[in-house]
Ligand binder design. Sequence first.
Ligand code: OFO
Length: 178
Amino acid sequence: MIPKKLAQAINEQIKNEMESAYIYLSMAAYFHSQSLDGMAHWMRCQAHEETIHAMKFMDHLTDRNEKVTLLNLAQLKTQWSSPAEAWKDAYAHEQFITSKINDLTTIARQEKDYQSEPMLAWFTSEQIEEEATSSKIAGELEMVGDSKTALLMLDRELAARVFPAGSPFDPAAYAQAT
Ligand code: OFO
């Protein structure tokens, strides 16, 4: 059994993680529209990773004999004034997610639910990486200003990110399936 207050907060977090996936897909669509296919590819990889995060929370509730309740996703931003603005938003979003993981940890401790601690500790570490990555890219874009050459170089660099094996977001995987 998992405390009801924590189960409710984890259901909320499943929604937050799926909204993360949806936000990053929205950014992927924006980057494609700007011919920044490397950034779009990076965002599609990230959307897949966020879906995995949502499933980790789902599995935790299921393993604790708690029913998962999927909530409605919010209407999200679909347009940005520049790639730099989009990456700044990505960083701000990860800071928001970190605050949510901190809230979950606080609830787990208040409710003395020690079984949730290893899973939440994993997310606490993960958020260090999530914030560091988006903050670094947002900072690099701020540094290069209006340089189209630097933007294209960064776009090519981000194109190298690899999808987790079997990802349904990977164009190669769905080409095989159809
Ligand atoms: Fe799930 O870490 Fe990003 O949002």
